[in-house]
Ligand binder design. Structure first.
Ligand code: DAK
Length: 272
């Protein structure tokens, strides 16, 4: 086995309350193969168990976030192989989305195909100037396989999603911002700092409320408006059985910064 193969294709590093997940197949522009997808699932499972981790940053090593699913691995797939591969990727990205901690994708270089689908499975996306986004699957004779046909229309609307999915065109960071695909664009050398700063902001907030927001939004996306509002009211009610609400509202009335209890994710049910 070469040095390259021995190195983990996905690295998890934890620095205090911030976890950083780094894709490390730089030579292939972090193309997502079975090994990478399996490892993303494992990393997500590990992070889900760690109440000390409060924010997750996701990034790509080298010159891209991720240039898509691994075309070399996929080319000779049978239909059954392809479906299994699709499910592997979908499960990995669903595990990321289901994390109670907020996740932030730091996108530079390319986020194409599966790479964009991975970024879309994160809660927030920040782009470096120069980053390119697209769903070029049609240029390879396939439809997206890791959620692109479902998450992209939900994120940027059906019309804009169909434009990107049908043309396979790449858009730059400014256009991605205009479309609502990313929330912020920063110079490339400031990407890590921007991620850190956003993480710092999230660390001042209560983990229970943050996890509750995620669940309410993602579960609500599956529901009609009335059911979604009912679900929201239920979660809102549960917050009032949790110490974060008492602290947040008391701090406001006492004109001080809240000091949210930290290891509080598992108390009550709003977050899960
Ligand atoms: N897969 C495999 N290798 C890739 C790759 C990819 N997606 N993207 C890049 N690479 C490799 C290149 O082959 C090259 O390898 P070597 O030749 O050095 O061995 C190396 O990374 C550097 O790439 P380039 O030399 O091409 O670098 P450039 O700067 O010239 O170009 C590029 C960068 C990103 C424009 C270009 O590499 C490119 O167009 N890459 C492919 C982008 C793409 O089409 N991505 C979408 C992949 S399709 C499904 C399941 C999943 C999916 C669909 C269906 N089902 C099961 C139904 C998902 C599909 C996709 O994501």
């Amino acid at each position: 086995m070469s040095q390259e193969e021995m190195r983990d294709v996905v690295e998890l590093s934890v620095d205090g309350p911030v976890a950083t997940v780094t894709l490390q197949r730089e030579k292939q522009l972090n193309a997502l193969n079975r090994a990478v997808l399996t490892k993303i699932s494992e990393v997500a499972a590990a992070v889900a168990e760690r109440s000390d981790v409060r924010v997750v940053l996701l990034r790509g090593a080298g010159r891209a976030f991720a240039a898509g699913a691994d075309i070399a691995q996929m080319r000779d797939f049978s239909a059954a192989d392809a479906e299994a591969f699709s499910r592997l990727g979908q499960a990995a990205f669903a595990a990321l989305e289901a994390l109670p901690q907020p996740t932030i994708a730091l996108v530079h270089g390319y986020a194409l195909g599966g790479g964009l689908e991975l970024a879309m499975a994160c809660d927030i996306r920040i782009a470096a100037e120069g980053a390119k986004f697209g769903q070029p699957e049609v240029t390879l004779g396939v439809v997206p396989g890791f959620g692109g046909s479902q998450r992209l229309p939900r994120l940027i609307g059906q019309g804009n999603a169909l434009y990107l999915l049908l043309t396979g065109e790449m858009v730059d960071a400014a256009e991605a911002m205009r479309l609502g695909l990313v929330s912020k664009v920063v110079p490339q050398d400031e990407l890590e700092t921007a991620g850190r700063q956003l993480a710092e902001r999230l660390l001042t907030l209560g983990p229970y409320a943050l996890a509750g927001v995620k669940r309410t939004v993602y579960e609500g996306a599956e529901l009609d408006l009335h059911s979604g509002l009912r679900m929201e009211a239920g979660r809102f009610g549960l917050c009032f059985a949790h110490p974060e609400q008492t602290e947040g509202m008391t701090a406001f009335l006492e004109r001080r910064k809240p000091d949210f209890p930290q290891a509080s994710l598992d108390e009550g049910g709003a977050a899960r």
